[in-house]
Design a binder for this molecule. Sequence first.
Ligand code: DNO
Length: 390
Amino acid sequence: MEKTWRWFGPNDKITLEMLRQIGVEGIVTALHHIPNGEIWSYDEVMKMKNFIEDHGLRWSVVESLPVSESIKYGGEDRDRLIENYKISLANLGKAGVKTICYNFMPVLDWARTDLENPNDDGTSNLYFNKAEFAYFDICILKRANASADYDEKTLARVEKMKPEMDEEAERRLVDNIIVKTQGFVNGNISESDLNPVEKFRELLKLYEGIDAGQLRENMKYFLEAIMPVCDEYDINMCVHPDDPPMPILGLPRIVTCDADIKAFLDAVPNKHNGLTFCAGSLSAGAQNDVTELARKYADRTHFVHARICRVLPDGDFKESTHLDPRLIDVVTTFETVRPGVPMRVDHAPLMLGDEKMGYNAGYSFHGRMLALGMVSGIMATVNKIKNESK
Ligand code: DNO
């Protein structure tokens, strides 16, 4: 696979010079300064592309060209926004940037409750605590009938948490779930929003009456509209699975499992309609066997996210090591059958001073460098065995 790295642009504290030293070959980035829904002009695209190439690297993947909320819920202005999307795609195509990652998650991109969950060895990881998430939903967001979406065990954990949850603890939870994890991925809420919870409630309202079936229709509508541009420029669209892969906060989620992946691929049967195989997101659902899914969907995968989660008995999940045997299997599959596909690591631990650097959540330097080293080792071993058996 092509070793890529998510880089957040010229203001990223991790520079392109640093990335060349650690074996990165391709860059994954976006025009983060352009607001969602606006056109990425050819000039802006070329500016970024030239900057990357001037540093001896290439722009391998766009992550993300964000799909506006209105396209997802089917708002009145969706056709105008889809037209803008098509123009941005064409400009990327003309510039030769042809792998585009996006997601179709309503309102909230990825979700975690704890961004620095301590490990025994002194490092820390991202963590999803199901009870804390339920607490946010029931006690902070106060969503109508929210309790009905959680099992008895989780509700009991919520009750147990209540005496400890003071104002500061609640603020931290809000910050982790809807602010710190969202702004830097061009999500709906940013650090400058004064009342994120109220804004979030307004966003949820946009999806009243939208079930999974309707959301699927809206995704199909979007994909069918953009496929002619993808055909013209040979652009591969690759949807990121829902993270976590289950409905949350009363919102439908439609890229969560084998059946969902099959459904969106079948709905628009065009080779440019593909998948970002995020082993981490898929493995956070107990229903998914990532090893099998990798084998099954390798040929429709245009981009790989190498990381993996461990689901705990109470429904919590945390990131596991990049040497987890399941991830070794996934990497082996892609390195064998899709050797050129771009791959990046993410959600690696905070370690050796990363925690003081203010990196975007999940995007540490030392932790990701170690993870890239691990994945590179797996790839090298696969290739050695491949060459010896020729
Ligand atoms: C989180 C990321 C996601 C991903 C988007 C793609 O770390 O994996 O934010 O970039 O969902 O659109």
